[in-house]
Design a protein around this ligand. Structure first.
Ligand SMILES: Nc1nc2c(ncn2[C@@H]2O[C@H](COP(=O)(O)O)[C@@H](O)[C@H]2O)c(=O)[nH]1
Ligand SMILES: [Mg+2]
Length: 539
């Protein structure tokens, strides 16, 4: 990105947020360091939907998977894809030839909706109007699309059980496999198990993916070689240290269980040995006050929910009974050493429980004092904000490239807007002339003149329309060949963007972007604009 981009967009300076240290590794510039406090690249900024004064926040919580731990989709999602195929073939009777299939990890994006019954994949705008629709990998014609989804009666559904929202990066492999199976069934109806319709195929894929997450197919491989599957982020520890130094409590709430959480957090927080190796220990716990594993979000966020909470004995992974989080004597011959350990530790680790337990453990009086950072709108953000009133930040890794492309394509987008205005203007002129031809008493020569003017304007309109459509398509393709921009569908916000706007107080591309801002930052939203204001107020 050139320097002007940095200064024009959010007044950013050209300073990078990483410097190369003496070992050749990258040293992050946290806000509190001497190099920190510089202006921030557009791709790393935190964007604000709803004002949030960090001074009112006393605890900052984090989700782990795809929030603190950014998986590499090319390896991690491929692992999920291959594991799922094996289960389809060996457990569910799908043909062996599926084992030859390959996965394009860039094809699917978040925010898509699977129409399980029809075998379609959809991208909708914020009004739930279907703008892009594919049957398997075949694009639906405009007529088919409108015929199937144009009916306003189904506009407000698109929910389970007939539809599935691809709202986490964990779902990209299953969406791709669903599209492949739809194509496969259409072309080889006899080859799929008898009675298998599209919905059944989706159900099978879902069950197989689910099993991959539960039976160790994925987690064993990540544990063996975390570096292959997870991006290293040297800013996470400095960010946590800065938040804690500012007086905030920090906590982790993850659906992963303790054994896996410990491996992933060690990878993210441990200091590396000279050969790049990691010593596995529990040092990372010093950066948290409370860690809750196996949290079963989003159910965790229900205040009234009764859920047992167990203390995790970190060395052995043993679960200890607690009295709502308070250590309690174990019945029988449990070693008293183990029982007392929990009382002295600076960070306590639990499994299960619900938000009430967490508030008690952290002495939180009001839920508005908590900021929670997660990657899943439904699992992390929607319930925590809507039901509970926590403040929320959504991590959207795709955003970094999206905003940088927006900047690169600014001239193209300006051109698009001009073409759109011109098309509207010419259409108005045509309507006006046609009206006059129909209702005004005109002389023959006037009529002839007007009729030929209409003809000229219509051909001009067609040219402008075509140029506009062409430019729109080119722009769409620059973002993603099939689905276009993540946050837009045409000129409207996408369904995904609409959810981000409604449920996330803040959103940003990486969790560690928090380290680039003061822990006391007052995040303020940009001004709202109504359509009538666009032509009046200079932007
Ligand atoms: N049983 C299933 N587990 C899943 C699935 N998709 C993801 N996951 C697991 O959830 C947690 C997410 O952790 P969090 O830190 O983001 O709360 C992680 O362990 C995943 O493996 C699924 O479809 N089924
Ligand atoms: Mg997550």
């Amino acid at each position: 990105m050139d320097h002007s981009a940095r200064t024009m967009l959010g007044d950013k300076a050209s300073k990078s947020h990483l410097t190369v240290n003496t070992n050749g590794g990258e040293k992050p510039h946290v806000w509190s360091s001497s190099e920190g406090g510089c202006q921030i690249d557009i791709g790393k900024q935190i964007f604000c939907n709803r004002s949030l004064n960090m001074k009112n926040i006393i605890a900052v919580g984090f989700d782990m998977d795809y929030t603190l731990a950014q998986y590499k989709p090319e390896t991690f999602e491929s692992l999920a894809y291959e594991g799922t195929i094996r289960k389809l073939v060996y457990n569910l009777g799908y043909p062996q030839e599926l084992l030859e299939w390959t996965f394009d990890w860039k094809y699917m994006v978040r925010g898509l909706v699977l129409d399980k019954k029809r075998g379609n994949i959809l991208k909708m705008d914020r009004h739930k109007y279907v703008k892009v629709a594919y049957h398997g990998f075949k694009e639906l014609s405009k007529e088919d699309k409108v015929g199937t989804y144009g009916n306003t009666l189904i506009q407000d559904s698109f929910d389970e059980p007939d539809y599935a929202l691809i709202d986490t990066l964990f779902s990209l492999a299953e969406a791709y496999l669903f599209a492949q199976l739809v194509d496969f069934r259409d072309n080889n109806p006899g080859k799929v198990p008898q009675g298998t319709d599209y919905s059944r195929m989706y159900k099978d894929v879902r069950a197989a993916v689910d099993l991959c997450h539960r039976d160790g197919t994925l987690k064993q491989m990540v544990a063996k070689n975390p570096k292959r599957y997870i991006n290293e982020d040297t800013s996470i520890v400095p960010m946590l240290k800065m938040l804690r130094a500012s007086g905030r409590s920090t906590f982790l709430v993850t659906n992963s269980l303790w054994d896996y959480t410990n491996i992933v957090m060690n990878f993210l927080c441990a200091s590396r040995t000279s050969d790049g190796g990691i010593t596995c220990n529990f040092d990372w716990l010093q950066y948290f006050d409370v860690v809750i594993t196996g949290s079963a979000k989003p159910g965790f966020f229900h205040e009234g929910k009764h859920a047992n909470i167990f203390e995790v004995e970190t060395e052995s992974g043993m679960l200890l009974n607690t009295d709502n989080g308070t250590p309690m004597p174990q019945v029988g011959n449990t070693s008293p050493k183990v029982l007392l350990k929990g009382l002295n530790k600076s960070c306590r680790v639990f499994q299960g429980g619900s938000v009430g337990h967490l508030h008690k453990l952290l002495s939180i009086e009001s839920s508005s004092q908590v900021l929670y950072v997660g990657d899943h709108i439904y699992g992390d953000i929607l319930r925590s904000k809507k039901v509970l009133g926590w403040r929320t930040m959504l991590v959207v890794p795709e955003l970094e490239r999206e905003v940088e492309l927006l900047w690169e394509l600014r001239d193209m987008r300006k051109q698009l807007r001009l073409l759109r205005n011109e098309r509207d203007l010419v259409e108005d002129q045509i309507h006006h002339l046609k009206w006059a031809l129909k209702f005004e008493s005109l002389r023959n020569d006037e009529k002839q003149k007007m009729t030929s003017a209409v003809g000229e304007l219509e051909s001009h309109r067609d040219q402008v329309r075509l140029a506009h459509q062409q430019a729109q398509w080119e722009c769409h393709q620059k973002f993603h060949k099939i689905w276009g921009q993540l946050m837009k569908t045409g000129y409207q916000n996408s369904h995904f963007a609409h959810q981000v706007e409604r449920f996330a107080c803040l959103y940003t591309s990486q969790v560690s972007n928090l380290s680039l801002y003061s822990p006391d930052k007052y995040y303020r939203p940009s001004e709202d604009f109504m359509p009538h204001e666009f032509h009046i107020l200079p932007l």
